[in-house]
Write a new protein. Structure first.
Length: 300
């Protein structure tokens, strides 16, 4: 195990508040451009109850992921700033009162992170410069485990990674120059033996990966994932142990699809003049008005 070399603690609010058991707060988080940087907000699918939680550093975009479980009685999300190494953990009450923010920084840039559906660990894709490498690794309570997969990032690289809905493994996007892009499935029982569930000769394919949620064991209802095809469409892939079963467009005009907790709705961005709107499907609703959005997540 490799322990993180630096730990910083920033205080946004010194006031801790009591949180009712089972608190959840608004289930959608998004990164919105405000002034010279981005801020994190949470909201409901119908745009009610919107709260601002965190403002990132100037000239940095943000990515965000929501913990499906309470942490110490508080809601929790993880935030990455594009030009800053490491990531932050933000805990907050339903009313938006933010607790002391934790910053975990080992000198590497984080390209992707995703909370485990049950145990609070984070699946991370990170880029380091000394030595130069791209790693897929699990972070737990301030500690990175041994790399699950790695490359020097020159002719091949990992991009986004998401836990499968039951936590039995994860999907990760891998691209290689002259070959294309594959989505690998790696199981906890044997991380070192990946299988391919989807592939394309396009090196820029399968952006904004998201996996379906599971109420129990992994089965056909949650063996599926969303990806952006780079042409303002969100696609859904159903797969099994042999690979892809189907690959269909589920949002004809959208970016960055995220499943709702029961997989029945999709959160996505709609490109409009001067920015995007945030929308959800089934029924179609606008979750946030026109702005520049960098990322969004729907708590599993």
């Amino acid at each position: 195990m490799v322990r993180i070399s630096k730990f910083a603690l920033t205080l946004l609010s010194a006031t801790a508040v009591a949180v009712p058991a089972g608190a959840a707060g608004p289930p959608i988080a998004y990164a919105k451009e405000v002034g010279s940087g981005f801020s994190i907000f949470v909201t409901n699918p119908n745009a009610t109850g919107t709260l601002k939680l965190y403002s990132g550093p100037a000239k940095n975009s943000l990515i965000v992921d929501m913990n499906p479980n309470l942490s110490g009685g508080f809601n929790e999300l993880a935030v990455v700033a594009s030009r800053t190494t490491g990531f932050k953990i933000v805990r907050y009450s339903d009313a938006g009162v933010v607790q002391p923010i934790q910053t975990f920084d080992d000198g590497c840039y984080v390209d992707s992170l995703d909370y485990h559906p049950a145990n609070g660990s984070l699946l991370v894709v990170r880029r380091c410069t000394n030595p130069q490498l791209v790693e897929v690794v699990v972070w737990t309570n301030g500690t990175y485990g041994s790399p699950i997969a790695s490359t020097d990032g020159m002719n091949s690289s990992y991009r986004s990674a998401r836990w499968l809905g039951d936590g039995s493994g994860f999907l990760v996007r891998y691209g290689e120059v002259g070959v294309g892009t594959v989505i690998q499935r790696r199981n906890v029982s044997n991380f070192a033996a990946p299988s391919t569930v989807w592939s394309s000769t396009d090196l820029s394919a399968a952006l904004n990966l998201d996996t379906a949620r599971c109420a129990g064991d992994l089965d056909a209802t949650c063996m599926k994932f969303l990806y952006g095809d780079g042409s303002d469409r969100v696609r859904e892939v159903h797969f099994d142990d042999m690979g892809t079963i189907s690959d269909t467009v589920v949002v004809a005009n959208g970016w960055g699809g995220r499943y709702s907790p029961n997989n029945g709705r999709i959160l996505y961005r709609v490109r409009v003049k001067g920015g995007f709107t945030l929308n959800v499907t089934n029924p179609e609703q606008q979750t946030a008005a026109k702005a520049v959005y960098n990322d969004a997540d729907w708590r599993p």
